[in-house]
Design a protein around this ligand. Structure first.
Ligand SMILES: Cc1cc2nc3c(=O)[nH]c(=O)nc-3n(C[C@H](O)[C@H](O)[C@H](O)COP(=O)(O)O)c2cc1C
Length: 405
């Protein structure tokens, strides 16, 4: 039996995501209607009870995040993170292209819960077609009356990875250079134009209509209890089916790669899998039976992150792969804080040295020390996560480093 569980993608390819009428015909906007009939406290409780946790990387409980927004603030905002800059990740694009109205409905449900009538979608600059689609979808939803007085504007990024970090994203919407802010205050208290702001990922918002319609208990019963629901994973690299799947969160990595992905092409053996995008850990064969949910991944020193799954076969030079990744982080560091600006530069330098056969074991020790400093001292998740691929490969694939010396 297939382990796929289409909820967000149930009508993929069957309805036009730009047309509110298509979505309404399959039960769309009933969740928002239900939310409008609940008082705010009950609505917040329903979202909390569902156990919905952020799908953008940090896995924070959505209802809990919303409850930090002060009720008495006059202006509040709902912001959707569609920056999707993590290489190998394209699930938010898939959601928009197949079920954009569910995202709009989810944002309006959030607006209902926190008392906001203004939403923004921050879309990565590389997705101009998605921006166009969303603008049509919003116009159609407004025309149908489904969104009521909730307005949504689409803003476009300009290709900076750091602008996926929620406070850099807020800076960018405000028209400033995309650099992260010091936290606290968190956006829930002081966000866009200093007003309380909820920032959630596309997939997080898109789950909400289904939670409202089917109930918190239904959602909480899908997948892993500590991180319930479905997850859209995108499979890339050395795997037969390089595509996306919506799966329950208790599916294991082995099932994703072999049952859904069809295994590794050309009869080659598995070497490693990187989960969660470029900043994710590399995982060896012995951990393949781990469920993909946030906490199970955390327990093996990895992170579900955005849900990108990159498979490497036995022929791949893992040190070379990590050296390339280091270059990416050096390029994408915004430079605001020293540990990241200097740290990503030094990581890249040391990785190049090791990759070109000029390194030694002392360089490995330097990298591990640098990783600890960056994780503790960098201002945002970019600098904190940049050394994870290095650390995880030194831990699990150290012989590959030693062979280069
Ligand atoms: C460098 C960096 C890039 C990020 N990129 C994204 C992104 O593209 N999309 C996203 O939803 N979250 C991204 N995040 C996480 C956001 O800061 C934030 O945690 C998330 O949007 C919250 O939504 P969620 O709770 O629904 O996951 C990024 C974080 C960092 C540090």
């Amino acid at each position: 039996m297939s382990k796929q569980r289409p909820v967000l993608l149930e009508y993929a390819g069957k309805i036009d995501p730009a047309k509110a009428a298509d979505y309404i015909a399959v039960g769309g906007y009933q969740g928002l209607e239900k939310a409008r009939q609940m008082d705010r406290k009950a609505l917040l409780q329903e979202v909390k009870d569902s156990g919905l946790r952020g799908r953008g990387g940090a896995g924070f409980n959505a209802g809990m995040k919303w409850s930090f927004v002060p009720q008495d603030a006059r202006v509040k905002y709902v912001v959707c993170n569609l920056d999707e800059g993590e290489p190998g990740t394209y699930k938010d694009r898939v959601i928009c292209e197949n079920n954009a109205q569910a995202l709009l409905e989810g944002m309006a449900i959030c607006g209902q819960a926190i008392g906001s009538n203004q939403g923004y979608i921050y879309c990565r600059g590389e997705y101009p077609f998605v921006v166009e689609l969303l603008r049509q979808a919003i116009a159609s939803a407004k025309e149908s009356g489904a969104l009521g007085d909730f307005d949504i504007e689409v803003r476009m990024g300009a290709g900076a990875y750091v602008c996926g970090e929620e406070t850099a994203l807020i800076e960018s919407i405000e028209g400033h250079r995309g650099e992260p802010r010091f936290k606290p205050p968190f956006p829930g208290v002081e966000g866009l134009w200093k007003a309380p702001t909820v920032v959630n990922n596309v997939e997080t918002f898109a789950c909400l209509p289904y939670i409202l319609v089917n109930g918190a208990a239904w959602f909480a019963g899908i997948g892993a209890p500590q991180y319930p629901g479905t997850k859209i994973v995108t499979l890339t690299g050395d795997v037969n089916k390089r595509t996306f799947f919506e799966v329950p969160t208790d599916i294991t990595l082995r099932e994703v790669i072999y049952d859904l992905g069809g295994g590794i092409p050309g009869g080659k053996k598995f070497k490693a899998v990187q989960v969660g995008g470029t900043s994710g850990a590399f995982i060896p064969e012995e951990n393949l039976d781990t469920p993909i949910d946030f906490d199970s991944m955390g327990a093996i020193g990895a992170a579900l992150g955005s849900g990108a799954v990159l498979v490497l076969d036995e022929t791949r030079d893992i040190v070379d792969v990590v050296a390339r990744i280091s270059k990416f982080f050096e390029h994408e560091s915004c430079g605001k804080c020293n540990p990241c600006r200097e740290g990503t530069f030094r990581c890249r330098e040391l990785m190049d040295k090791l990759n070109s056969g000029k390194g030694n074991e002392a360089d490995i020790d330097k990298l591990l020390l640098l990783a600890r400093v960056m994780q503790k001292a960098a201002l945002c998740g970019l600098g904190q996560a940049a050394p994870i691929p290095i650390e995880s490969t030194i831990k699990h694939f150290r012989p590959a480093y030693l062979q280069k010396m």
